[in-house]
Design a protein around this ligand. Structure first.
Ligand SMILES: [Zn+2]
Length: 246
């Protein structure tokens, strides 16, 4: 006998990059099962695949998860988590303040400070210096696009210090190069042509490209840390999916 269908609530959120409305449903038991499998794995790629799979299952709008900027993915995933598991996460930090005890010995305070953080209160921060347009001269420039999961998966051996990795990330994030006559789309150019173009930039142009990456929208939350035991106060900035789910 056919069992009755279960109604699942749907929610909406906005993409940070484009403002596009995305409809989604919460995780169900079948997605929880995927998470349990991922939790048992030590393979980082497998975890990313599970996050992708869950997003694909739960997003009801027509969106290619592979093509979304990573910060949009992170934000979407947090909204999903809030609607599925609960809006509040309990964060705990140990006080790192160095205090002197009765005997005059210095030691770390170590007192536990708890925060109840509502995920839905976390809003993306957008730096006003951020621009996708890199102006090399008044006639020549680069239009950048955001790194996606596909890009990060495509670059094997991602090492921050490796100059080849850095160049590969940069050229993967070029949408097009323009001059006064036309636009030259990166997808129509070879890797060698793009690398050569970037290698011929001046240091100050490279700094503008670095600024594009360093000022991309971020999902962060600043907490006012205050230790009841020793009175130490500090602002703590939480960033990155994993840090919101400790
Ligand atoms: Zn303390």
């Amino acid at each position: 006998m056919a069992l009755p269908k279960i109604d699942v609530p749907t929610y909406e959120t906005k993409l940070i990059s484009s403002g596009k409305i995305v409809k989604y449903r919460p995780f169900l038991v079948k997605e929880q099962k995927l998470f349990l499998m991922a939790a048992q794995s030590t393979d980082e790629k497998e975890t990313v695949d599970v996050v992708k799979q869950v997003l694909n299952n739960c997003i009801l709008s027509d969106i290619d998860v592979d093509e979304l900027p990573t910060f949009d993915l992170e934000y979407l995933f947090m909204q999903l988590r809030a609607r599925s598991v609960g809006e509040v996460v309990n964060l705990r930090y140990n006080c790192n303040n160095i205090v002197t005890n009765d005997k005059g010995e210095e030691k770390t305070c170590g007192s536990l400070v708890k925060f109840d953080l509502n995920i839905l209160d976390i809003k993306p921060t957008i730096d006003e210096k951020h621009s996708s347009k890199i102006e090399i001269s008044d006639k020549l420039g680069i239009m950048m696009k955001y790194p996606t999961l596909k890009l990060i998966n495509g670059i094997t051996n991602l090492k921050d210090e490796d100059i080849d990795t850095v160049l590969d990330v940069i050229i993967s994030c070029i949408d097009y190069i323009y001059d006064e006559n036309q636009m030259y789309y990166a997808k129509d150019s070879t890797r060698e042509e793009l690398i050569e173009f970037i290698e011929n930039l001046q240091q100050e142009d490279m700094e503008k490209i670095q600024l594009f990456f360093s000022t991309m929208p971020k999902i962060t939350k600043t907490l006012d840390f205050k230790c009841k035991k020793c009175g130490y106060e500090e602002e703590v900035t939480v960033q990155g999916i994993q840090n919101f789910f400790v």
